[in-house]
Design a protein around this ligand. Sequence first.
Ligand SMILES: [Zn+2]
Length: 192
Amino acid sequence: MIIGATSSLFFLPTNRISATIICASFGALGGLILDIDTRKSKGAVLFRTVKKAVELLLALALIAILLGKEKDFFRVFDSWNWWNVICLASLFLLYWYGSTTPHRSFTHSIEFVILNTFLLYFLPNLFLCAFLIGELSHIVLDLFNKKHVTLSVLFRIKVSLNLASADGIVDRTLSFLGIVGLVILFVKTLFS
Ligand SMILES: [Zn+2]
């Protein structure tokens, strides 16, 4: 998450504080989301919260249909672009499927990143680029781990540089350096 935020700020330098916050937040989100395949990760917790909200919405839609009030209910969505709604629904299904796959497999593959980016096409470029950098930095970092990363599901490419273990000294050092880098880049924006 931290490395995602720091990498996005590093690769998308800006002197606007709003853009800095967007970059750091979407970079962090991109970094978080890949670990939805681990139950205890922050990404998985975040996804479960979104899942509960979606379930509530579906339950409300069902009640509205049963009461014959569906026109009233769906009127709320009249102003929505239905293509975006389809993309968001597909994104939800992609994350849902990702959360059921083994750790560092499908959600860490280039196919997942491509699908994810495609389904978020409606986001402004800065948001999307920061998100993408967050995802890619997460994958690069995981490559150093002892457990292999499935870089491609289609081509069955699995890579491990076998240099560090999760939550080991290398991981903690990188997180620390990430925080230092993030602070430096924030301060640089403030005074530029
Ligand atoms: Zn990971």
